[in-house]
Design a protein around this ligand. Sequence first.
Ligand code: FES
Length: 117
Amino acid sequence: MSNVSKPNVSKSNVSKSKTKIIINGEEHEIEEEESLLPLCEEEGIPFGCTEGVCGTCLITVHRGNECLNELTKAEKAFFSQGDSTPSGTHALTKERVERLACQCRCKCKGGVIEIED
Ligand code: FES
């Protein structure tokens, strides 16, 4: 018998560190703290100012909103110009939320985000 213990390493650690993101039907992977904008650009979602002012990068989140950062100050200001709720959030429904791609970062390790423009 050997007294050497094996390290407790899960083979699934690598796949759990990334989040699946579906943009206009195309699957990608995104890491925690990574901006959505480069992947959105890859899928043809236009952008302009990259500062949350112009609204060009408006997206609808169909799934996985809990894997995105909270609304930024810029988004709150942008959505408060329209028909947002008094709380400053802009939920269409609990499942579908509008966001500005240039302001969105992934905050999860694992899970699924689905968006479209
Ligand atoms: S690029 Fe202007 S708001 Fe996102």
